[in-house]
Design a protein around this ligand. Structure first.
Ligand code: ZN
Length: 158
């Protein structure tokens, strides 16, 4: 069990992907995931899923990064709590939306939130000399996910 982060690519939206088998039934859900409307049959879902797996060179995902296992997430949480000060720095998105649990899946952070999250991540990376290698890896991966989310407008998914 671990925490991973994903950002979808925009090839389908940009018309760079393989043609869909039923293009007029293709829609995007709130996560930017391509899906079908109009009560699709079993066979139609299969055709859609097969298309999705080979629709573009990214197989739909620009980034897919391992963030940590439960222990690392716990360590990162206590590290950040110690780093918080009053007055600032504060890490509300990192603590409440990313590191609140080592295995949350199905969560989304919009690209708007990703822009704020990037500021928190950069604050930590400014003091990278106090970070252990595994902590650095986590914050560098978070930065890449934020950058990709901001660039594509797609959410960060966990
Ligand atoms: Zn792509």
């Amino acid at each position: 069990m671990s925490l991973d982060g994903f950002v979808r690519c925009t090839c389908i939206r940009d018309g760079k992907a393989k043609p869909h088998p039923f293009p007029d039934r293709l829609i995007f859900d709130e996560s930017g995931e391509p899906t079908l409307t109009g009560d699709p049959s079993e066979e139609e879902w299969e055709a859609h899923d097969q298309w999705l797996g080979e629709s573009c060179e990214h197989e739909g995902f620009l980034l897919s990064l391992f963030l940590g296992n439960i222990t690392r997430v716990q360590n990162l949480r206590s590290f950040l709590r110690h780093l918080q000060g009053s007055p600032g720095p504060r890490f509300p998105i990192l603590l409440e939306k990313v590191l609140y649990d080592g295995t949350h899946t199905g969560d989304l952070l919009s690209s708007k939130v990703a822009a704020k999250l990037l500021k928190e991540v950069e604050t930590v990376l400014h003091s990278s000399d106090i970070l252990a290698d595994s902590e650095k890896e986590f914050f560098n991966n978070m930065k890449q996910l934020c950058d990709a989310s901001i660039a594509t407008g797609n959410p960060i998914m966990f």
